[in-house]
Write a protein that binds this ligand. Structure first.
Ligand code: ADP
Ligand code: MG
Length: 247
């Protein structure tokens, strides 16, 4: 079977900074694929390049089609939706209005149906549907950001550090919902994380990113034993500063 997403020779540059270099990986439809790496490793740059939000060299093939020359908007149209790190919901708008933004191109009936699906999925925010989004907690804002992205029924969700700044219990809740959606709709997820253990729990495969480069891809099930985990941590940290120890 061909991969749903396949990336080859991807370079992302900001002036003289090479944030991603010759990045290559791929994964089949219906999977959760994770990029793990420390702060500054280049994870967000890789996601944004796939979404078409930063300029990049190289090949991004989605569902058999080279999308690397398409605009961000065109990629959204094909079902590639990016959820930014730090959430970026519109805090002055209500929860409902934020959801509507994610489905602005839907007819009103479909919009209403999707919105109520999202509120079913995230009952925490359903209670606040008419409240401005700034009233939500960090975890609820993350749920809203994901709910907004799901309004367009994406095929591939690019999820940038959903656990950033969240308590472990909330992270678990967010991931539980995502896994439910994945089971129900066959959604594929490309997840970027620094949090190691949560990622292993949800991902089918994991690849490690350091200094803009992919260190290698492993099946999550191969990382279950403590020996291989230690091996990977060694490769992952590779003499890096203790501050880079993944949670
Ligand atoms: N807009 C930007 N302009 C200049 N440099 C950037 C920009 N965004 C990221 N970088 C640099 O690119 C590198 C990778 O950053 P990023 O992709 O955000 O890493 P991560 O998401 O893994 O923390 C870092 O050195 C960062 O400082
Ligand atoms: Mg980042």
């Amino acid at each position: 079977m061909t991969d749903l997403l396949s990336v080859r020779g991807l370079d992302v540059r900001y002036g003289k900074t090479l944030a991603a270099e010759s990045v290559a990986f791929g994964f089949p439809a219906g999977s959760v694929f994770a990029l793990l790496g420390a702060n500054g490793a280049g994870k967000s740059s890789i996601l944004k390049a796939i979404a078409g939000l930063v300029e990049a060299q190289g090949e991004v093939v989605f569902d058999g089609r080279d999308v690397s020359r398409l605009s961000a908007r065109e990629r959204v149209g094909l079902g590639i939706v990016y959820v930014p790190e730090g959430r970026e919901i519109v805090t002055d708008l209500t929860v409902e209005e934020n959801l509507a933004l994610g489905g602005y191109f839907l007819d009103s009936r479909t919009l209403a149906a999707r919105r109520s699906q999202m509120l079913d999925l995230f009952p925490e925010i359903a209670q606040r549907a008419k409240s401005p989004a700034w009233m939500l907690s960090g975890g609820e804002q993350q749920m809203l950001a994901i709910g907004r992205a799901l309004m367009s029924s994406p095929r591939l969700l690019l999820l940038d550090e959903p656990s950033l700044g969240l308590a472990p219990l909330l992270i678990r809740r967010v991931f539980e919902r995502l896994m439910r959606i994945k089971e129900e709709s066959g959604l594929s997820i490309l997840l970027v994380e620094q949090s190691f253990r949560m990622t292993l729990r949800v991902a089918d495969a994991v690849c490690f990113v350091r200094n803009g480069q992919i260190l290698g891809t492993r099946k999550a099930s191969d990382l279950d034993t403590s020996t291989s985990l230690a091996e990977v941590l060694e490769a992952y940290l590779g003499g890096g500063a203790p501050a880079a120890v993944p949670a």
